[in-house]
Design a protein around this ligand. Sequence first.
Ligand SMILES: *Cc1c(COP(=O)(O)O)cnc(C)c1O
Length: 445
Amino acid sequence: MSEAVAARDAALQGRADALDAADPLAAVRDRFVLDDTVYLDGNSLGALPTAVLPRLSDVVTREWGELRIRSWEESGWWTAPERIGDRIAPLVGAAPGQVVVGDSTSVNVFKALVAAVRMAPADRTEILVDAATFPTDGYIAASAARLTGHTVRAVDAAEIADAAGDRTAVALVNHVDYRTGRLHDLSAVTAALHAAGALAVWDLCHSAGALPVALDADGVDLAVGCTYKYLNGGPGAPAYLYVRRELQPRFDSPLPGWNSHADPFGMAPQYAPADGAPRGRVGTPEILSLLALDAALDVWDGVAVADVRAKSLALTDFFLDCVAALVPYGRAEPITPADHAERGSQVSLRCAGAGEVMRELTARGIVGDYRRPDVLRFGFTPLYTRYADALRAARVLADVLAGGPDTTVAAGTADAGDTAGTAHAARPTAVPQETETLDVPEGTT
Ligand SMILES: *Cc1c(COP(=O)(O)O)cnc(C)c1O
Protein backbone atom coordinates (compact mmCIF):
# COMPACT_ATOMS: atom_id res chain seq x y z
CA MET A 1 0.00 0.00 0.00
CA SER A 2 1.38 3.39 -0.90
CA GLU A 3 1.63 6.04 1.81
CA ALA A 4 -1.24 7.98 0.30
CA VAL A 5 -3.49 4.94 0.30
CA ALA A 6 -2.39 3.99 3.81
CA ALA A 7 -3.33 7.45 5.05
CA ARG A 8 -6.74 7.23 3.39
CA ASP A 9 -7.24 3.78 4.85
CA ALA A 10 -6.37 4.95 8.35
CA ALA A 11 -8.79 7.85 8.08
CA LEU A 12 -11.54 5.47 6.94
CA GLN A 13 -10.79 3.14 9.85
CA GLY A 14 -11.24 6.08 12.21
CA ARG A 15 -14.58 6.91 10.60
CA ALA A 16 -15.75 3.31 10.75
CA ASP A 17 -14.88 3.05 14.44
CA ALA A 18 -16.68 6.29 15.26
CA LEU A 19 -19.76 5.36 13.24
CA ASP A 20 -19.96 1.89 14.78
CA ALA A 21 -19.56 3.32 18.28
CA ALA A 22 -22.47 5.72 17.71
CA ASP A 23 -24.74 3.22 15.92
CA PRO A 24 -28.14 2.99 17.65
CA LEU A 25 -28.71 -0.41 15.99
CA ALA A 26 -25.38 -1.93 17.02
CA ALA A 27 -26.92 -4.26 19.61
CA VAL A 28 -29.45 -5.67 17.13
CA ARG A 29 -26.58 -7.56 15.50
CA ASP A 30 -26.64 -9.92 18.48
CA ARG A 31 -30.05 -11.14 17.37
CA PHE A 32 -28.40 -12.91 14.41
CA VAL A 33 -26.13 -15.91 13.97
CA LEU A 34 -23.01 -14.44 12.35
CA ASP A 35 -19.35 -15.28 12.00
CA ASP A 36 -16.16 -13.65 10.74
CA THR A 37 -17.48 -13.47 7.20
CA VAL A 38 -18.56 -10.05 6.02
CA TYR A 39 -22.03 -10.95 4.85
CA LEU A 40 -23.28 -8.52 2.21
CA ASP A 41 -25.89 -10.72 0.60
CA GLY A 42 -28.83 -10.07 2.89
CA ASN A 43 -30.61 -8.61 -0.16
CA SER A 44 -30.72 -12.15 -1.52
CA LEU A 45 -30.90 -14.31 1.61
CA GLY A 46 -31.02 -12.62 5.01
CA ALA A 47 -28.88 -14.02 7.82
CA LEU A 48 -30.35 -16.42 10.36
CA PRO A 49 -31.91 -14.79 13.43
CA THR A 50 -31.05 -16.57 16.69
CA ALA A 51 -34.74 -16.92 17.60
CA VAL A 52 -35.49 -19.22 14.67
CA LEU A 53 -33.85 -22.47 15.73
CA PRO A 54 -35.43 -22.74 19.20
CA ARG A 55 -38.80 -21.79 17.76
CA LEU A 56 -38.63 -24.31 14.95
CA SER A 57 -37.42 -26.94 17.36
CA ASP A 58 -40.53 -26.36 19.48
CA VAL A 59 -42.79 -26.28 16.43
CA VAL A 60 -41.43 -29.61 15.23
CA THR A 61 -41.11 -31.49 18.51
CA ARG A 62 -44.13 -30.22 20.39
CA GLU A 63 -46.59 -28.62 17.99
CA TRP A 64 -46.15 -31.20 15.26
CA GLY A 65 -44.62 -34.13 17.16
CA GLU A 66 -46.98 -34.09 20.16
CA LEU A 67 -50.05 -32.03 19.35
CA ARG A 68 -50.15 -33.09 15.72
CA ILE A 69 -53.49 -32.18 14.06
CA ARG A 70 -54.57 -30.24 17.17
CA SER A 71 -51.97 -27.60 16.36
CA TRP A 72 -53.99 -26.22 13.47
CA GLU A 73 -56.18 -24.73 16.15
CA GLU A 74 -54.33 -24.94 19.46
CA SER A 75 -51.01 -23.67 18.12
CA GLY A 76 -52.66 -21.10 15.88
CA TRP A 77 -51.42 -22.67 12.65
CA TRP A 78 -54.61 -22.04 10.76
CA THR A 79 -54.54 -18.28 11.24
CA ALA A 80 -50.75 -17.90 10.91
CA PRO A 81 -50.89 -16.38 7.38
CA GLU A 82 -52.93 -13.37 8.57
CA ARG A 83 -51.31 -13.14 12.00
CA ILE A 84 -47.81 -13.01 10.50
CA GLY A 85 -49.10 -10.69 7.79
CA ASP A 86 -50.09 -8.30 10.56
CA ARG A 87 -46.52 -8.46 11.90
CA ILE A 88 -45.17 -7.48 8.48
CA ALA A 89 -47.81 -4.76 8.07
CA PRO A 90 -46.03 -2.06 10.14
CA LEU A 91 -42.86 -2.60 8.11
CA VAL A 92 -44.73 -1.71 4.92
CA GLY A 93 -46.94 1.02 6.36
CA ALA A 94 -50.12 -1.02 6.39
CA ALA A 95 -52.84 -1.08 9.02
CA PRO A 96 -53.78 -4.59 10.20
CA GLY A 97 -55.98 -6.85 8.12
CA GLN A 98 -54.49 -6.18 4.70
CA VAL A 99 -51.44 -8.43 4.47
CA VAL A 100 -51.48 -12.20 4.13
CA VAL A 101 -48.41 -14.45 3.97
CA GLY A 102 -48.11 -17.50 1.77
CA ASP A 103 -46.89 -18.82 -1.58
CA SER A 104 -43.92 -17.38 -3.44
CA THR A 105 -43.55 -13.84 -4.71
CA SER A 106 -44.07 -15.12 -8.23
CA VAL A 107 -47.44 -16.61 -7.29
CA ASN A 108 -48.46 -13.43 -5.49
CA VAL A 109 -47.52 -11.31 -8.50
CA PHE A 110 -49.91 -13.48 -10.48
CA LYS A 111 -52.72 -13.11 -7.95
CA ALA A 112 -52.22 -9.36 -7.71
CA LEU A 113 -52.03 -8.70 -11.44
CA VAL A 114 -54.98 -10.82 -12.47
CA ALA A 115 -57.06 -9.47 -9.60
CA ALA A 116 -56.12 -5.91 -10.61
CA VAL A 117 -57.09 -6.57 -14.22
CA ARG A 118 -60.42 -7.92 -13.01
CA MET A 119 -60.99 -4.74 -10.98
CA ALA A 120 -60.15 -2.41 -13.84
CA PRO A 121 -62.71 -1.25 -16.42
CA ALA A 122 -62.93 -3.62 -19.39
CA ASP A 123 -61.71 -1.05 -21.92
CA ARG A 124 -58.40 -0.79 -20.14
CA THR A 125 -56.53 -3.56 -21.86
CA GLU A 126 -52.91 -2.89 -21.08
CA ILE A 127 -50.57 -3.99 -18.28
CA LEU A 128 -47.44 -1.89 -17.82
CA VAL A 129 -44.31 -3.48 -16.45
CA ASP A 130 -40.93 -2.16 -15.53
CA ALA A 131 -38.65 -3.04 -18.48
CA ALA A 132 -35.73 -3.91 -16.21
CA THR A 133 -37.84 -5.92 -13.82
CA PHE A 134 -36.71 -9.01 -12.02
CA PRO A 135 -37.54 -11.59 -14.67
CA THR A 136 -40.20 -13.53 -12.81
CA ASP A 137 -42.40 -10.43 -12.60
CA GLY A 138 -42.16 -9.95 -16.35
CA TYR A 139 -42.88 -13.59 -17.14
CA ILE A 140 -45.87 -13.67 -14.84
CA ALA A 141 -47.18 -10.38 -16.22
CA ALA A 142 -46.96 -11.78 -19.75
CA SER A 143 -48.88 -14.88 -18.74
CA ALA A 144 -51.47 -12.88 -16.80
CA ALA A 145 -51.96 -10.75 -19.90
CA ARG A 146 -52.41 -13.78 -22.14
CA LEU A 147 -54.93 -15.30 -19.78
CA THR A 148 -56.96 -12.12 -19.50
CA GLY A 149 -56.68 -11.03 -23.13
CA HIS A 150 -54.58 -8.01 -22.21
CA THR A 151 -51.32 -6.73 -23.63
CA VAL A 152 -48.10 -6.09 -21.77
CA ARG A 153 -46.00 -3.04 -22.40
CA ALA A 154 -42.54 -2.85 -20.88
CA VAL A 155 -41.34 0.65 -20.10
CA ASP A 156 -38.42 2.04 -18.18
CA ALA A 157 -39.41 2.24 -14.52
CA ALA A 158 -38.65 5.95 -14.45
CA GLU A 159 -41.16 6.44 -17.26
CA ILE A 160 -44.01 4.29 -15.99
CA ALA A 161 -45.84 7.24 -14.51
CA ASP A 162 -45.81 9.08 -17.85
CA ALA A 163 -46.54 5.96 -19.88
CA ALA A 164 -49.84 5.22 -18.14
CA GLY A 165 -52.82 6.25 -20.22
CA ASP A 166 -56.49 5.58 -20.70
CA ARG A 167 -55.77 2.03 -21.88
CA THR A 168 -53.76 1.12 -18.80
CA ALA A 169 -55.43 -1.24 -16.38
CA VAL A 170 -52.52 -1.68 -14.01
CA ALA A 171 -48.79 -1.14 -13.68
CA LEU A 172 -46.44 -3.52 -11.92
CA VAL A 173 -43.52 -1.57 -10.52
CA ASN A 174 -40.47 -2.49 -8.48
CA HIS A 175 -39.79 -0.26 -5.52
CA VAL A 176 -36.06 -0.97 -5.77
CA ASP A 177 -34.35 -2.34 -8.88
CA TYR A 178 -32.69 -5.65 -7.97
CA ARG A 179 -29.73 -5.06 -10.26
CA THR A 180 -28.80 -1.43 -9.77
CA GLY A 181 -30.27 -0.76 -6.34
CA ARG A 182 -32.20 2.23 -7.70
CA LEU A 183 -35.14 3.30 -5.54
CA HIS A 184 -38.27 4.47 -7.31
CA ASP A 185 -40.67 7.07 -5.98
CA LEU A 186 -43.53 4.91 -4.80
CA SER A 187 -45.64 7.84 -3.70
CA ALA A 188 -45.32 9.90 -6.89
CA VAL A 189 -45.63 6.96 -9.28
CA THR A 190 -48.72 5.66 -7.48
CA ALA A 191 -50.30 9.12 -7.62
CA ALA A 192 -49.53 9.41 -11.34
CA LEU A 193 -50.98 5.97 -12.06
CA HIS A 194 -54.13 6.87 -10.18
CA ALA A 195 -54.37 10.16 -12.05
CA ALA A 196 -54.31 8.11 -15.26
CA GLY A 197 -57.04 5.88 -13.87
CA ALA A 198 -54.74 2.87 -13.49
CA LEU A 199 -54.09 0.61 -10.53
CA ALA A 200 -50.67 0.33 -8.91
CA VAL A 201 -49.13 -3.01 -7.96
CA TRP A 202 -45.78 -2.67 -6.21
CA ASP A 203 -43.11 -5.29 -5.75
CA LEU A 204 -41.37 -4.60 -2.44
CA CYS A 205 -38.84 -7.46 -2.55
CA HIS A 206 -35.84 -5.14 -2.30
CA SER A 207 -37.32 -2.44 -0.09
CA ALA A 208 -39.39 -3.86 2.76
CA GLY A 209 -37.18 -4.23 5.80
CA ALA A 210 -34.53 -1.90 4.41
CA LEU A 211 -36.39 1.38 4.12
CA PRO A 212 -39.74 2.93 5.01
CA VAL A 213 -42.69 1.88 2.88
CA ALA A 214 -46.03 3.63 3.31
CA LEU A 215 -48.57 1.53 1.41
CA ASP A 216 -51.65 2.94 3.15
CA ALA A 217 -50.53 6.56 3.15
CA ASP A 218 -49.54 6.40 -0.50
CA GLY A 219 -52.79 4.74 -1.52
CA VAL A 220 -51.14 1.71 -3.11
CA ASP A 221 -53.68 -0.76 -4.46
CA LEU A 222 -51.87 -4.06 -4.22
CA ALA A 223 -48.33 -5.06 -3.28
CA VAL A 224 -46.22 -8.16 -3.00
CA GLY A 225 -42.88 -8.90 -1.46
CA CYS A 226 -40.65 -11.69 -0.37
CA THR A 227 -39.58 -12.41 3.19
CA TYR A 228 -36.21 -14.10 2.73
CA LYS A 229 -34.28 -10.94 1.82
CA TYR A 230 -34.35 -8.04 4.29
CA LEU A 231 -36.98 -9.78 6.43
CA ASN A 232 -34.63 -12.70 7.11
CA GLY A 233 -37.36 -15.36 6.93
CA GLY A 234 -35.08 -18.08 5.58
CA PRO A 235 -34.61 -19.86 2.26
CA GLY A 236 -37.90 -20.17 0.44
CA ALA A 237 -39.83 -18.36 3.17
CA PRO A 238 -43.33 -17.51 1.95
CA ALA A 239 -44.07 -14.16 0.38
CA TYR A 240 -46.83 -11.69 1.24
CA LEU A 241 -49.68 -10.01 -0.53
CA TYR A 242 -51.17 -6.65 0.41
CA VAL A 243 -54.63 -5.70 -0.81
CA ARG A 244 -55.84 -2.25 0.22
CA ARG A 245 -58.83 -2.58 2.50
CA GLU A 246 -61.31 -0.76 0.22
CA LEU A 247 -60.38 -3.06 -2.66
CA GLN A 248 -60.69 -6.31 -0.73
CA PRO A 249 -64.37 -6.83 -1.57
CA ARG A 250 -63.44 -6.55 -5.27
CA PHE A 251 -60.40 -8.81 -5.01
CA ASP A 252 -61.35 -11.70 -7.29
CA SER A 253 -58.51 -14.19 -6.91
CA PRO A 254 -57.38 -16.15 -9.96
CA LEU A 255 -56.36 -18.90 -7.51
CA PRO A 256 -59.41 -19.30 -5.29
CA GLY A 257 -58.26 -22.23 -3.23
CA TRP A 258 -60.18 -23.66 -0.31
CA ASN A 259 -58.10 -21.69 2.18
CA SER A 260 -59.57 -18.47 0.82
CA HIS A 261 -63.15 -19.71 1.16
CA ALA A 262 -65.48 -17.96 3.60
CA ASP A 263 -66.11 -21.33 5.25
CA PRO A 264 -63.25 -23.64 4.35
CA PHE A 265 -64.53 -26.55 6.39
CA GLY A 266 -68.00 -26.25 4.95
CA MET A 267 -66.45 -28.08 2.00
CA ALA A 268 -69.06 -26.51 -0.24
CA PRO A 269 -68.94 -27.22 -3.97
CA GLN A 270 -69.48 -23.53 -4.69
CA TYR A 271 -66.81 -20.97 -4.02
CA ALA A 272 -67.58 -18.06 -1.71
CA PRO A 273 -64.61 -15.85 -0.91
CA ALA A 274 -63.59 -14.98 2.64
CA ASP A 275 -63.62 -11.34 3.68
CA GLY A 276 -60.42 -9.43 4.23
CA ALA A 277 -56.82 -10.55 3.90
CA PRO A 278 -57.59 -14.32 3.93
CA ARG A 279 -59.14 -13.85 0.51
CA GLY A 280 -55.56 -13.80 -0.78
CA ARG A 281 -54.80 -17.28 0.53
CA VAL A 282 -54.76 -20.34 -1.72
CA GLY A 283 -54.00 -23.72 -0.17
CA THR A 284 -52.61 -25.11 3.06
CA PRO A 285 -50.02 -22.73 4.51
CA GLU A 286 -46.29 -23.61 4.66
CA ILE A 287 -46.30 -23.90 8.43
CA LEU A 288 -42.64 -24.67 9.07
CA SER A 289 -41.32 -21.83 6.96
CA LEU A 290 -44.11 -19.52 8.07
CA LEU A 291 -43.23 -20.04 11.70
CA ALA A 292 -39.51 -19.65 11.00
CA LEU A 293 -40.46 -16.28 9.52
CA ASP A 294 -42.60 -15.51 12.56
CA ALA A 295 -39.59 -16.03 14.83
CA ALA A 296 -37.34 -14.10 12.44
CA LEU A 297 -39.63 -11.09 12.75
CA ASP A 298 -38.73 -10.85 16.45
CA VAL A 299 -35.55 -9.01 15.42
CA TRP A 300 -37.74 -5.98 14.72
CA ASP A 301 -38.83 -5.59 18.33
CA GLY A 302 -38.07 -2.00 19.33
CA VAL A 303 -36.44 -1.23 15.97
CA ALA A 304 -37.58 1.92 14.15
CA VAL A 305 -37.56 1.66 10.36
CA ALA A 306 -36.39 5.29 10.25
CA ASP A 307 -33.20 4.26 12.09
CA VAL A 308 -32.75 1.38 9.65
CA ARG A 309 -33.03 3.77 6.71
CA ALA A 310 -30.63 6.28 8.25
CA LYS A 311 -28.06 3.56 8.84
CA SER A 312 -28.59 2.04 5.41
CA LEU A 313 -27.79 5.35 3.73
CA ALA A 314 -24.83 6.02 6.00
CA LEU A 315 -23.47 2.52 5.40
CA THR A 316 -23.82 2.70 1.64
CA ASP A 317 -22.35 6.23 1.58
CA PHE A 318 -19.43 5.00 3.63
CA PHE A 319 -18.89 1.94 1.42
CA LEU A 320 -18.95 4.14 -1.70
CA ASP A 321 -16.36 6.41 -0.07
CA CYS A 322 -14.18 3.41 0.80
CA VAL A 323 -14.43 2.09 -2.75
CA ALA A 324 -13.55 5.48 -4.21
CA ALA A 325 -10.57 5.83 -1.89
CA LEU A 326 -9.13 2.33 -2.09
CA VAL A 327 -10.17 0.53 -5.25
CA PRO A 328 -7.97 0.96 -8.31
CA TYR A 329 -9.38 3.72 -10.48
CA GLY A 330 -11.90 2.65 -13.07
CA ARG A 331 -12.12 -0.99 -11.98
CA ALA A 332 -15.43 -0.84 -10.15
CA GLU A 333 -17.88 1.90 -11.06
CA PRO A 334 -20.97 2.47 -8.93
CA ILE A 335 -24.22 2.13 -10.84
CA THR A 336 -26.30 2.68 -7.72
CA PRO A 337 -27.52 6.28 -7.61
CA ALA A 338 -25.58 8.65 -5.39
CA ASP A 339 -28.76 10.56 -4.59
CA HIS A 340 -30.27 9.25 -1.36
CA ALA A 341 -33.79 9.67 -2.72
CA GLU A 342 -32.94 7.14 -5.42
CA ARG A 343 -30.93 4.60 -3.46
CA GLY A 344 -32.11 1.35 -1.94
CA SER A 345 -29.93 -0.60 0.47
CA GLN A 346 -27.43 -2.15 -1.89
CA VAL A 347 -24.44 -0.92 -3.80
CA SER A 348 -23.92 -2.29 -7.30
CA LEU A 349 -20.58 -1.85 -8.96
CA ARG A 350 -19.96 -2.37 -12.65
CA CYS A 351 -16.83 -4.47 -12.76
CA ALA A 352 -15.30 -6.46 -15.59
CA GLY A 353 -15.04 -10.12 -14.70
CA ALA A 354 -17.60 -9.74 -11.91
CA GLY A 355 -18.08 -13.50 -11.56
CA GLU A 356 -14.37 -14.13 -11.05
CA VAL A 357 -14.05 -11.16 -8.75
CA MET A 358 -16.92 -12.32 -6.56
CA ARG A 359 -15.48 -15.82 -6.40
CA GLU A 360 -12.25 -14.35 -5.07
CA LEU A 361 -14.04 -12.03 -2.64
CA THR A 362 -16.03 -14.95 -1.28
CA ALA A 363 -12.85 -17.00 -0.84
CA ARG A 364 -11.47 -14.10 1.19
CA GLY A 365 -14.51 -13.83 3.45
CA ILE A 366 -16.51 -11.11 1.73
CA VAL A 367 -19.84 -12.48 0.54
CA GLY A 368 -21.92 -10.54 -1.96
CA ASP A 369 -23.13 -11.74 -5.32
CA TYR A 370 -23.06 -10.75 -8.97
CA ARG A 371 -25.34 -10.40 -11.90
CA ARG A 372 -24.19 -11.24 -15.37
CA PRO A 373 -22.32 -9.94 -17.11
CA ASP A 374 -20.59 -7.33 -15.02
CA VAL A 375 -22.42 -6.26 -11.87
CA LEU A 376 -21.13 -6.87 -8.36
CA ARG A 377 -23.88 -6.52 -5.75
CA PHE A 378 -23.30 -5.72 -2.11
CA GLY A 379 -26.39 -5.71 0.07
CA PHE A 380 -26.30 -3.73 3.30
CA THR A 381 -28.58 -5.02 6.00
CA PRO A 382 -28.53 -2.31 8.67
CA LEU A 383 -29.65 -4.70 11.39
CA TYR A 384 -26.37 -6.59 11.30
CA THR A 385 -23.87 -4.91 8.98
CA ARG A 386 -21.20 -2.76 10.64
CA TYR A 387 -19.31 0.15 9.15
CA ALA A 388 -16.14 -1.83 9.82
CA ASP A 389 -17.57 -4.56 7.58
CA ALA A 390 -18.06 -2.07 4.78
CA LEU A 391 -14.45 -0.94 5.08
CA ARG A 392 -13.17 -4.51 5.16
CA ALA A 393 -15.16 -5.36 2.06
CA ALA A 394 -13.75 -2.38 0.17
CA ARG A 395 -10.21 -3.24 1.27
CA VAL A 396 -10.48 -6.80 0.05
CA LEU A 397 -12.13 -5.67 -3.17
CA ALA A 398 -9.22 -3.28 -3.70
CA ASP A 399 -6.74 -6.10 -3.14
CA VAL A 400 -8.56 -8.44 -5.48
CA LEU A 401 -8.79 -5.82 -8.22
CA ALA A 402 -5.18 -4.75 -7.80
CA GLY A 403 -3.98 -8.29 -8.34
CA GLY A 404 -7.17 -9.80 -9.60
CA PRO A 405 -8.38 -11.15 -12.91
CA ASP A 406 -6.58 -10.48 -16.12
CA THR A 407 -6.28 -6.72 -16.45
CA THR A 408 -4.11 -6.55 -19.52
CA VAL A 409 -3.80 -2.89 -20.44
CA ALA A 410 -5.12 -2.31 -23.90
CA ALA A 411 -2.60 -0.77 -26.25
CA GLY A 412 -2.87 2.98 -26.29
CA THR A 413 -5.07 3.33 -23.22
CA ALA A 414 -2.43 3.07 -20.52
CA ASP A 415 -1.72 6.25 -18.67
CA ALA A 416 2.06 6.40 -18.57
CA GLY A 417 1.96 8.61 -15.50
CA ASP A 418 0.57 5.89 -13.31
CA THR A 419 2.66 3.89 -10.95
CA ALA A 420 1.56 0.55 -9.67
CA GLY A 421 0.61 0.52 -6.02
CA THR A 422 -1.42 3.70 -5.85
CA ALA A 423 -5.15 3.51 -5.57
CA HIS A 424 -5.50 4.99 -8.99
CA ALA A 425 -2.85 2.86 -10.59
CA ALA A 426 -4.89 0.80 -12.97
CA ARG A 427 -6.49 3.38 -15.22
CA PRO A 428 -8.89 2.13 -17.86
CA THR A 429 -7.88 -1.35 -18.80
CA ALA A 430 -9.06 -3.71 -21.44
CA VAL A 431 -12.26 -5.31 -20.34
CA PRO A 432 -11.62 -9.01 -19.81
CA GLN A 433 -14.14 -11.26 -21.44
CA GLU A 434 -16.74 -12.32 -18.98
CA THR A 435 -15.91 -15.87 -18.06
CA GLU A 436 -19.02 -17.55 -16.83
CA THR A 437 -18.17 -19.29 -13.63
CA LEU A 438 -21.27 -21.19 -12.88
CA ASP A 439 -19.71 -22.89 -9.90
CA VAL A 440 -19.90 -19.53 -8.17
CA PRO A 441 -23.34 -19.07 -6.75
CA GLU A 442 -24.90 -15.97 -8.20
CA GLY A 443 -27.38 -15.96 -5.35
CA THR A 444 -30.92 -16.64 -6.22
CA THR A 445 -32.53 -13.29 -6.47
C1 LIG B 1 -36.49 -11.77 -5.05
C2 LIG B 1 -37.48 -11.33 -6.02
C3 LIG B 1 -38.49 -12.18 -6.45
C4 LIG B 1 -38.51 -13.59 -6.01
O1 LIG B 1 -39.59 -14.31 -6.46
P1 LIG B 1 -39.83 -15.77 -5.88
O2 LIG B 1 -41.10 -16.17 -6.43
O3 LIG B 1 -39.81 -15.64 -4.38
O4 LIG B 1 -38.68 -16.62 -6.31
C5 LIG B 1 -39.46 -11.65 -7.29
N1 LIG B 1 -39.41 -10.37 -7.70
C6 LIG B 1 -38.41 -9.54 -7.31
C7 LIG B 1 -38.40 -8.12 -7.77
C8 LIG B 1 -37.42 -10.00 -6.48
O5 LIG B 1 -36.44 -9.20 -6.10
